[in-house]
Design a protein around this ligand. Sequence first.
Ligand code: SF4
Ligand code: SF4
Length: 368
Amino acid sequence: MHLYRRIREARMVASSLQSTRHPVLAHIIPIRRCNLSCAYCNEYDNFSAPVPIDQMLRRIDLLAGLGTKNITLSGGEPLLHPQVDEIIARIRRHGILSGLITNGYLLSPRRIRQLNIAGLDYLQISIDNAVPDDVSMKSLKVLDQKLVWLSRYAAFAVNINSVLGSAIRSPQDALTIAKRARELGLTATIGILHDGSGQLQPLAEEQQRIYAEFARSQPTRWFQFERYNAFQDNLVRGLPNEWKCGAGSRYLYICEDGLVHYCSQQRGRPGIPLQSYTQEDLDREYTSIKPCAPYCTVSCVHRVAAIDQIRQNPLAALHRFFDADDTGTSQLPAAVRGLMWLFAPESNTGRPRRAGLVLLRLLGLSKH
Ligand code: SF4
Ligand code: SF4
């Protein structure tokens, strides 16, 4: 199962490198309602009904028609949708990678097995603190048993994301949460809390220190890339990123009303119904300038942009994403070391390696 998912991921990356004319990732909302009410959140309500299943399935089919490679259910709390398994199964039927972002409260051994059967590929839980407070109930204390069940029963990959930001009272909890996730064989990442439009809220010195400690504690084996996040490394220091946001093209956010938005933090733009969204819209948004880009904290869109940066200049992009780390090249994930070797010029002639050129040609990135 694990190997099969890796092969499908590699195919997704290869096809996203080959062409810029399809979405790499779409987030879709099956229900806006949430069973929690985190103080910093602007993405939920406490009353909305689930999107009817026929509309959800139609939206999945439309995303497949646009060539989307990865569809993640978000919310609100997507597990409140009574037919979430059917939606995931439809995503998989199209050969698309399927993900789910949840607060974890509704997970049980039975629910996890149902998600296995539906064909879920990834699940992410955000945990904000060690014990609940009036900002967030997404706490390790409440969710630890769910993590144990996930480590025992999940056939899908599980990532635990914790956040740093001014609303979080005990930033050191992020380290405790990551340690526990790794003990259970799950991966851990860290996010930065944003303001109401997805923009950076500067981190205090203590939070920056914790971020650095967290990054150092991330494993660097084989295909593990969680440690490397050049976008976030800049933001943590209060620095802007120079990049092109592909929202509306390489990344789509589909709200409960079936409208396409740039992202959860820039709703209303472009605000076009998914059934009317065309290749022309995808092409236009690929090159449109988003003024919110320099201090944007929406990390999934950063990751999508990384694929396009590698597409444009593989070696420069690999150095940009992995050189900032202080572990040295020998500790980089094996896949990255392999790619750096392939794309680096030969030391004796200074010319590009033949194997690297062949790979670029196979990916359609070079005509030579
Ligand atoms: S659990 Fe998630 S969607 Fe629900 S209120 Fe908290 S952050 Fe928002
Ligand atoms: S830069 Fe892109 S992803 Fe970030 S807030 Fe703006 S539109 Fe959203």
